[in-house]
Design a protein around this ligand. Structure first.
Ligand SMILES: C[S@@+](CC[C@H](N)C(=O)[O-])C[C@H]1O[C@@H](n2cnc3c(N)ncnc32)[C@H](O)[C@@H]1O
Length: 251
């Protein structure tokens, strides 16, 4: 049987903890601390939901979803994290008919989430070595609707001949791209910017205020996990700290 390029999430329990691996479905065996696992059986039966390693460790087999690619993708820098991605999806109303533009791609974490929801995603990354990692991560996620172009978005904007429903900027110097993005945004579409510092968010808002956007809001999103143990229930003592400020402007 031929390899089918599909990735599966293998999950097992070991000493009270969950261990998981993203593995390609192929004739090549999967190696882990639990020994060798033959995944070629999944080529013969794609509905098989469990496999066992030669050491007798059983793995449950499921199809990976966006958060699995987020956890297991190779990183080139700070990826946007799910709490902020959730805010973007909700406030910009990203949907299945959307043509989305984003920059910078980074390792493609946001691009992958967007690719599972939107019709098409065009993503710009200025560093060539990062585009290679991102393209690889996106290909592994099985997404053919996400295109990564190597280049500076600010320079590329004037030459783009299409319009976008949503444009998302997560890069240094985003303020320089605001007016160019306004031109490429469909009426009713959203420009979203992510800034680690308030000063950058303020510069972006200054640029937004010069243009004919209808509405502009800036948010910071807090996420607190709750920990449950025999001692009691309380917020986790390992919180997610500050990430960034998200600004939404609607044309
Ligand atoms: C914080 S990372 C983006 C992370 C990405 N959103 C993710 O989820 O993985 C910022 C990226 O923007 C890229 N970048 C900076 N300026 C850029 C520009 N003018 N055009 C395109 N990419 C740019 C950087 O090289 C870097 O990879």
């Amino acid at each position: 049987m031929m390899d089918d390029n599909r990735l599966v999430l293998l999950r097992t329990r070991h000493k009270g903890k969950t261990k998981e691996f993203l593995a390609p479905v192929s004739n090549a065996p999967h190696h882990s601390e639990f020994g060798v696992t033959d995944l070629s059986v999944l080529l013969e039966d794609e509905n098989l939901d469990a496999v066992t390693s030669h050491m007798g460790q059983e793995f449950s087999v499921v199809s990976p979803r966006s958060p699995d690619f987020f956890r297991h993708s190779k990183r080139t820098g700070a990826p946007m994290i799910p709490k902020d991605i959730g805010l973007i999806m909700a406030h910009a109303g990203v949907c299945s008919s959307d043509n989305v533009l984003e920059a910078g791609t980074g390792s493609g974490s946001l691009a992958i989430y967007l690719g599972f929801v939107a019709k098409r995603v065009l993503s710009y990354e200025v560093r060539e070595e990062f585009t290679k990692v991102a393209r690889n991560n996106i290909e592994k996620a099985g997404l053919s609707n996400v295109e990564v172009r190597c280049g500076d978005l600010v320079e590329a904007l004037p030459s783009l001949s299409e319009e976008f429903d949503v444009i998302i900027l997560d890069m240094g110097g985003s303020e320089k791209a605001v007016s160019g993005c306004f031109e490429k945004l469909k009426k009713g579409g959203f420009l979203v910017t992510y800034s680690p510092f308030l000063e950058q968010a303020a510069q972006i808002r200054e640029e937004i205020d010069k243009l004919d956007f209808f509405d502009c809001r800036t948010y910071e999103c807090f996420e607190r996990e709750i920990s449950f143990s025999s001692r009691g229930t309380r917020p986790s003592t390992i919180p997610v700290g500050h990430t960034g400020y998200l600004t939404f402007a609607r044309k």
